[in-house]
Design a protein around this ligand. Structure first.
Ligand SMILES: Nc1nc2c(c(=O)[nH]1)N[C@@H](CN(C=O)c1ccc(C(=O)N[C@@H](CCC(=O)O)C(=O)O)cc1)CN2
Length: 295
């Protein structure tokens, strides 16, 4: 078997086309969606993700507002920058790029974001709404990577209802909220949320119809861990050695490429879940701007 590709680039492009039309409709009604970002420090990967978010905004017609702070910014500096984004009328949604530099309390910062402007869905109020299963017109923004994974599977026709999903990794941006999203009414998967202390991880993965690896350990998920035909989603991105004869670094996922011989579906790194994370951020900004127009 050769796994079919869960193509994040093509899927994100299709979602972007839909969003472009929704942004144009918002503008006709006098609304101007604007995404703010706060980048603290000089981590090259974070800086590149933030640049990508602003490029994406330009592509669909969303305004973007950038705030940056140096790596030695204090907790009070970060709090003040968040307060400024909360108060800025051009910013209809914003995010604090993670991780923050050592010494800054990430959770405390996330709590300072106005939940109505929380483009990442990581404020406790919005995570609480995810726990409560609040849906419909007052639905809260969803964390972007979990939402992107569900969208990627849906648009490739991979069923989740009744499926057993093994999620590896219990972090705030992926594993923990993904477990909540997948078990929501209407999605109806059964989830095993695995982590570094899960005994016999390989056995838990072997039971799964869908595997999501979000650990950051290259090649962790091996071919002999995967049930034949399973869908395997790779969220891990580790920068490896450069490609010989080039300045480009190799990006390594959590899934061993040999899994392709066993799996039914696999999302690549790059080009799988990453582009979906980016486009779901835009989807949140658009949905929040639409919600703000409702009486
Ligand atoms: N505030 C947040 N911080 C972080 C989040 C998040 O959702 N909100 N997620 C990640 C980083 N991230 C977005 O911020 C992100 C990661 C990867 C990609 C992506 O497109 N990756 C490419 C590869 C590009 C590369 O790494 O060179 C791919 O997979 O094709 C987009 C966004 C942590 N922080």
């Amino acid at each position: 078997m050769t796994a079919r590709v869960l193509d994040g680039v093509a899927t994100a492009a299709a979602v972007k086309d839909e969003l472009r039309a929704r942004v144009a409709a918002l503008r006709e009604r006098g609304a101007a969606p604007g995404l703010g970002t706060l980048l603290v420090g000089d981590d090259p990967a974070s800086a590149s993700y933030v640049r990508g978010k602003h490029r994406d905004c330009a592509e669909v017609g969303i305004a973007s507002i950038e705030a940056t702070l140096p790596a030695d910014a204090s907790q009070a500096d970060v709090a003040a920058a968040i307060a400024a984004l909360n108060a800025d009328p051009r910013v209809t949604g914003f995010l604090v790029q993670l991780p923050l530099p050592p010494g800054i309390d990430e959770r405390a910062c996330l709590e300072l974001v106005d939940p109505a402007k929380d483009a990442d869905g990581l404020h406790p109020t919005n995570l609480g709404r995810l726990v409560l299963g609040v849906d419909g017109p007052i639905a809260s923004p969803l964390p972007c990577t979990p939402a992107g994974i569900v969208e990627l599977l849906a648009r490739h026709g991979v069923p989740l209802e009744g499926a057993h999903v093994a999620v590896i990794g219990r972090g705030l941006t992926v594993g923990r909220p993904l477990g909540l999203l997948l078990t929501r009414r209407g999605i109806d998967a059964t989830v095993t949320l695995c982590h570094s202390r899960t005994p016999d991880l390989a056995a838990r993965v072997r039971e799964a119809d869908v595997v999501v690896a979000a650990v950051g350990r290259p090649g962790l998920v091996r071919a002999d861990w995967v049930r034949p035909g399973a869908a395997v989603l790779d969220v891990g991105i580790t920068r490896g050695p450069s490609v010989p004869g080039s300045s480009k670094v190799r990006l390594l996922g959590d899934v061993d490429p040999a899994v392709d011989a066993v799996a039914g579906w696999r999302s690549p790194v790059p080009g799988g879940v990453g582009p979906m994370t980016r486009v779901m951020l835009l989807a949140n900004v658009v949905a929040m701007a639409e919600a703000a127009l409702r009486p």
